[in-house]
Design a protein. Sequence first.
Length: 589
Amino acid sequence: MKRIGMSYLCNGIPFLSYFTTSLSVRPYSSSHVIGLPINFENVKCLDEAVILFTQMVTMKPLPSLVDFSKLFKTMIIMKHYSAVVSLFREMRKLGIPINEFILSNVINSYCLMNRVECAFSILPIYLKNGIPFNVVAFNTLIIRGFFAENKVKNAVELFKKLVREKICEPDEVMYATVMNGLSKGGHTEKTLSLLRLMEQEDTFPKPDIFIYTIVIDALCKDGNFDVAITLLNEMKQRGIPPNVVTYNSLIDGMCKLGQWEKVRNFVSEMAVNLNICPDVCTFNIMIDGLCKEGKVADAEELMKHMVRKGVEPDIITYNTIMDGYCLCGQLDEAKRTFDIMIDKCIEHDIISYNILINGYRKKNKLAEAMQLFCEISQKGLKSNIVTYTTILQGLFAVGRIGDVEKIYAEMLSTGPELDIHTHSVLLKGYFMYGLVEEAMSLFKKLERKREVTSIAFYSVVTNGLCKNGKLEEAHAIFEKLSFIGLLPNVRTYTVMINGFCLKGLFHEAKDILRKMEDRGCFPNNVTYNVIVQGFLRYNKISEMTSFMKEMVGRGFSFDATTTELLVKIIRKNPSVLHMIPELHSGKKQ
């Protein structure tokens, strides 16, 4: 759908003309006459929703506003957010009354499109039509919309304004929404502070189990388990019993730390003391923890135990086990788990395929990976960005550049929207095979479309150019970073230092080193190893010795490549050993 001036078009046809044309070709249902209820369950696609809307706006009398609201809600469930906004505008043009539920649906649609600023444009309509603001509009829609766009500050400011100016009365759901957004944004301290405020102030709603669980989960994700357990005990003292979700947060945190004794204690406490049965999520958390530690056999045993306890494994359980086997390189066992899912009548999802495809890719079993890739569409599934990126990595690994181009073209035409990681994979692959022209063509296209906003992405480009002997081009890109508002990080600086060292341009390399330190970006172990390797390759032993002293003084050490180069030089010229005081003294001891 595109907009020309103030008129909205659908496939180039004015909206109402589109409705009329569609209606004359394909009537929605003969049962939709005056006085009969409208069956929204029959609406399965956008065309049917539009046709039904056309019928509704031409009925006399008009259907109730509840029916219009139900239609919009149905369209939101089908994810036709922009169409909801367009139909709402048609309602306004036709002079059809609106209510708070319709406005809430429109605000929700804008937020789901990540266009919170447009959602705000709906607020004056409340005032103009004398519709009072309700908590739903601010609560689950606008505040959630801000958090979805990671505009935490805006969300908090709006929340404070609502409370301060009494625009609407915040309820428990609003507080939970704000706290959940804060916790997911990493603002655990603010989340805890808001909880304490709710506990102390009589004007605020008292926190319930859901709010306490949000805070406990945030504390666990931060690794602040002492405070989380203290809060758990406070809950109990206030007469608020924890539920299975509360314990799942605590168990997840302990699993990530590998503290299995505490995991067992929590499971025992919830099951024995509180009569709370572990659910499938509880078992999945523990199974995932075991698989991450490579204990897949133990994870399989736990899955059998959950079945004995009457908890049926779900697709997440099997995907987790399969991923565990892939991480251990046991692809036959992973494929066995994949096949078991069919026997258990659990349909594979795209994650199931992605896990196994990636497992085959890591073992360079591209034929098996490609077979699964082709199977995805046959099963009625759709490959996502992870699937395509994994396949691209596999094709580059075996040098099938022609197939890379085919897959890339497919992604552009019918596949998902490409992200920065996929483009990085493409650039790395092109540079790896010396296809500098293809890499730079892609890079410039992305720059023109303003899709390059990551310093990591620029590091990929500069590194690829340096390794292909295009030092001047790499340095030109490096120098323009500050002009486009990106600060080089230690990797970016190290890439450029390595590029100069590979060419034997040590004066320029040292200059970059000085610049990075002056700008507060300090070299790491890789940076020093890169410089020392450069000196060794050009047999500049005295310079290498002085840098080695500085390197050791900063607590860094030689990596495998540096050690290998040094050993080769010492074999050819043993006197080099005496030029390195630290190594010489170490030999004496």
